[in-house]
Design a protein around this ligand. Structure first.
Ligand code: THU
Length: 147
């Protein structure tokens, strides 16, 4: 299995990534918004790291699913994500927030080739909508610390 191929993200890898995001979404701690989010990252070596949103009574301390997944990846010693799946409730797929886009960029050398798969599912877990994009499109002119 090669996570990265000339054609981009293999369909089997994309399916595995979406499945991991769907599964972790059920663990979300979202008592305030009631909006559960699951995210999963696929890294160059083929590992998948999942994360969900973790809300807080102060609201501002809330952690998004994408950043939870990044924390899991970094904690495991992996640093090279090549794709991210985000699963939310429908009707339309949710896109990573601006802070998460910036955090994903931090670990991405080629944001033009970093695929973001956004999936909506209904209350029964049936996928109702999907869209894909590239991280570079989602966050053009990203800040990078260069000195
Ligand atoms: N949320 C995420 O987990 N990821 C995003 O990119 C956008 C928003 C969460 C944060 C909060 O728990 C809930 O969705 C509603 O904003």
């Amino acid at each position: 299995m090669s996570a990265r191929s000339p054609r981009g993200l293999e369909p089997a890898d994309e399916a595995r990534l979406v499945e991991a995001a769907r599964a972790v979404r059920g663990h979300a701690h979202a008592p305030y918004s009631r909006y559960q989010v699951g995210a999963a990252l696929l890294t160059r070596v083929g590992h998948v790291y999942a994360g969900c949103n973790v809300e807080n009574a102060t609201y501002g301390a809330t952690l998004c699913a994408e950043r939870s997944a990044v924390a899991a990846m970094v904690a495991a010693g992996d640093r090279e994500p090549i794709a991210c799946a985000v699963v939310t409730a429908g009707p339309r797929p949710g896109a990573p927030c601006g802070i998460c886009r910036q955090v994903l960029i931090e670990f991405t050398r080629e944001a033009r080739k970093f695929k973001v798969v956004m999936v909506a599912e209904d209350s029964r877990g049936k996928i109702t909508a999907k869209k894909t994009g590239w991280l570079a499109e989602l966050l053009p002119s990203a800040f990078r610390l260069e000195r």
